[in-house]
Design a protein around this ligand. Structure first.
Ligand code: PMP
Length: 429
């Protein structure tokens, strides 16, 4: 037994499923999860002393690679002044200033502790603002584990086959309407059939949580127009895409302005942080400015703010990070496509910037139904073949990979080689 296997056996007796977040358990790919001991730059190191090249990067945050020096230094400096005050700090003001500068649609912002908190709060504010109860989400999009969002949810909920979780009351579920991603007509029908009842439409402007799925041309603008027509608050969930697809997120890349934006992952530099923000007239409803209640003992935590600020300052001041991420993404996906060709496979790759997914299906993947056509056992074989070659992928077909600038050209070439070998070996299994 490896040390990871031993730890997992013990963990299962103490923690539900042995993990603190479902996808980590490797259920979708089989086998036992790797327990991580440390990480530096592009590498993860496990409890058995093995080294892996990182293609998840903590599901997004480590866009500059692990233990990036300026972030590490900011945390080291911050911990000398105690860990939490539960009182306002200068750093929170700096953070709000930086976020509003980088994401211009965000005029006011509130810090929270996770993406889940951000989406839960955003929907409450949208309901408070409109005086309406319902929300529209898209099948296969994941917005954290808030009750309202566990309806046709992607990511871990999808991987575990529990897209509609027990414990969510019927009344809550009834207020969440769902439409297929990229289907404007379906959204229009929902809005017509629920006239003046829909508070918000929430979506991932590029989906990461059913694998990487891009908005088709005109989709985001169409949603924006429908929201304007029906007086609905448009929420872009940029927990994954924020500060990744561009300095100002997917909204900058696609030139669409949402009313509210939810953020997480990168803004914490790896610490537990989320945020929601947007139009000042909507955000002014949040307590104590207004009547919509939302709070947090550890919100705006000084250590987390220090890590996040160092991360965001670096991204704001180094546009070449985004140029390099585009370059790595293109080289890798070109190489993966060449690998597929050599293996005689015509599987689908969806890619944008530093996010991509190799779908084990020959269909194009533009929505959840198409994503579900993938050959899941085949993905499991591919995942383990890559792992054996020291490449750490997301342990589920229904996830995007997240690249970091720590990947050198040599490492990119190694990953491409491993992909080709893995595809070929997977076909032999
Ligand atoms: N929204 C999106 C788009 C996400 O990808 C995630 C998490 N992967 C969340 C919300 C929830 O964030 P957290 O896990 O920090 O609660």
């Amino acid at each position: 037994m490896t040390t990871s296997e031993q730890l997992f056996e013990k963990a299962k007796t103490l923690i539900p499923g042995g993990v603190n977040s479902p996808v980590r358990a490797f259920r979708a790919v089989g086998g036992s999860p790797i327990f991580i001991k440390s990480a530096k730059g592009p590498y993860l190191f496990d409890e058995d002393g093995r080294q892996y090249i990182e293609l998840i990067n903590s599901w997004g945050p480590m866009i500059l690679g692990h233990a990036f020096e300026p972030v590490e230094k900011a945390v080291r400096d911050a911990i000398q002044h105690s860990f939490s005050f539960g009182a306002p700090t200068r750093k929170e003001v700096e953070m709000a200033e930086l976020i509003t500068a980088m994401v211009p649609s965000v005029e006011k912002v509130r810090m929270v502790n996770s993406g889940t908190e951000a989406t839960m709060a955003a929907i409450r504010v949208a309901r408070g603002f409109t005086g309406r109860d319902k929300l529209i989400k898209f099948e296969g999009c994941y917005h954290g584990h808030g009750d309202s969002f566990l309806i046709a949810a992607g990511s871990g909920a999808m991987t575990m086959g529990i897209p509609d979780s027990p414990g969510v009351t019927k009344a809550t579920a009834a207020d969440t309407l769902t439409a297929p991603y990229n289907d404007l007509a379906a959204v229009e029908t929902l809005l017509d059939n629920n006239h003046n009842q829909v508070a918000a439409i929430i979506l991932e402007p590029v989906v990461g949580n059913m694998g990487c799925v891009l908005p088709e041309p005109g989709f985001l603008q169409g949603i924006r127009d429908l929201c304007d027509k029906h007086g609905v608050v448009l929420i872009f969930d940029e927990v994954m895409t924020g500060f990744r697809l561009a300095k100002g997120g997917a909204q900058e890349r696609f030139g669409i302005t949402p009313d509210l934006t939810t953020m997480g992952k990168i803004i914490g530099g790896g610490m537990p942080v989320g945020a929601y923000g947007g139009r000042a007239d909507i955000m002014n409803l949040v307590a104590p400015a207004g009547p919509v209640y939302q709070a947090g003992t550890l919100s705006g935590n000084p250590i987390a703010m220090s890590a996040g600020l160092a991360m965001l300052h670096h991204l704001n001041e180094h546009p070449e990070v985004y140029t390099r991420l585009e370059e790595i993404g293109k080289t890798l996906t070109d190489g993966f496509r060449a690998g597929l060709q050599k293996a005689g496979l015509s599987y689908t790759i969806n890619h944008i910037g530093s996010m991509f997914t190799l779908f084990m299906t020959e269909r194009s993947v533009t929505n959840f139904t198409e994503a579900k056509s993938c050959d899941i056992p085949q993905f499991g074989r591919y995942f383990h073949a890559m792992l054996e070659r020291g490449i750490y992928l997301a342990p589920s077909q229904f996830e995007s990979l997240f690249l970091s600038v720590a990947l050198t050209d040599d490492l990119v070439a190694q990953i491409i080689q491993a992909n080709e070998e893995s595809l070929i070996s997977m076909m032999k299994d």
